[in-house]
Design a protein. Sequence first.
Length: 281
Amino acid sequence: MSPPQTTLGQVTTKDYRGVAIHTYNAPEEGLYVASQIVETADGLVVFDAVFHVKHAEELANYIAGLGKPVNRIVLSHIHPDHWSGLGVLHARFPKAPIYAFPEIIAYIRKNGQKILDARNEAFGPVVAKTPTLPDHDLAVGEATIGGVRFEFERQPDGESDWQSIVRLPVAGVVMAFDLVFPPETHLFTVANYYDHWVEILRGLKGDAAKGYDTLMIGRGKPVGFDVIESNIAYLHKAKELHAANSTAESYAEALKGAYPGYYGGGWVDFSSLLLYKIINP
Ligand SMILES: [Zn+2]
């Protein structure tokens, strides 16, 4: 069966030491947000569900076209550009359990509807109307799914209040989601967690010495570990600018001024409104 075509987003498919993983990236208007589809012996494990409904529908079509059952869907963190599309995936693959750490589920239960209402107002009615909650608690530690070993780690206070890190030791892959951003791209600094985020990144850097060589990130294609150092430098700079700026506008301008060549200037404005709690949540 030849892989299905996509017209909105882009798919990168690669064999990682015997484990095939498809990375779906939404197009620019969908913030290039990524969903990872891991092929196992008996089905698919899907990580994250993208932001715009139409991109989630394309993602669902792509997944269906792979011709294998979806055995599990996993949500990486609390941000809506990763869970807005869960309703589309759930409708298309109703038997697939949706996993997330309990803190992530609790956050969406409490804030999800308010967030979707605000994002539909800010970006036009492009995201889900109601949140779809993960229905299974993810556990920290190892799980073997379809013969592939996954290691699930939970971290507070990074790019958001709660993040997941997923390691596939056999594939040499670490899924860092929004904890790592592509090279020469602005990070989403939507919360004042600079120090702990840097600490998490220092920990991730250590994985390179353990034989991992690929990072799957929250937007864009998979990258190598060399990107982590520039992410850390960016966070140090952003922390300094946050301390020196009392408004969302001046922080955003200072950050864009510090990295004039970086992609994502538009999302710096939005991130800053969240950081300074002009938009909350
Ligand atoms: Zn995020």
